[in-house]
Design a protein around this ligand. Sequence first.
Ligand code: DGL
Length: 256
Amino acid sequence: MSIVVFDSGIGGLSVLREARVLMPEHRFVYVADDASFPIGGWEEGALIKRLMAVFEDLVERYEPSMIIVACNTASTIILPHLRERFDFPIVGTVPAIKPAAEKTASGQISVLATPGTVQRDYTRALVSEFASHVNVRLVGAENLAELAEEFMLTGIVDDEAVAREVSECFTDRLGARTDVVVLACTHYPFLTNVFRRLAPWPVDWLNPAESIARHAQSLLPPRGEILDVQDVAEFTKGRPRAEMLRLMSGFGLKVV
Ligand code: DGL
């Protein structure tokens, strides 16, 4: 039995790396639906249909003990459908608005996400439930997931393009400045150092990956022995280019 970690691309590796540290006794299958990437601009009905078809196929082939949806854009729309359909634990990745609202000293937080995630009812509900006492700016970044993938693969990124996407996160209301930015897309933690360098002032870039991994760990009984098995990765578009294969092998994943 395996734990399937899903994302539209390679951003979900930010969650996988934490999950593996906490659950070394499990076998992981990382799935990138790169045939759909990026999903940030997909229409909701079409996205649900696509995701359910991908998950049906994965469950049939891997019979997982758990699915971790390591993607905010997918989680904010698909979790109830998956939980209704499958009877093993489904762990989602949703914007860390509650911890950000608890953490802010200035009362100004921003949520940096894909356009899809900022539009979701799910995200709006998190704001009204947990952050009605602070100012929340929802920032939908059009190209940031793709920029993050390019950076992960080549180590190079266009600073100006990144700055354009994140500049809206920073507000200054009569001296009360944004002090927490939620990384609400699993691709973005890979750009944290770039964000820090480009930010007009220091903020806390909140990456929920470790809490997601802890939550996942709490739902599965520990297996005791550490299995000597190869974790694998698959791409829905087929065998990826050489840079991607190198990146995957750096993460200890064999592309199948
Ligand atoms: N990594 C995904 C997320 O967390 C989104 C990337 C995409 O736009 O496909 O939202």
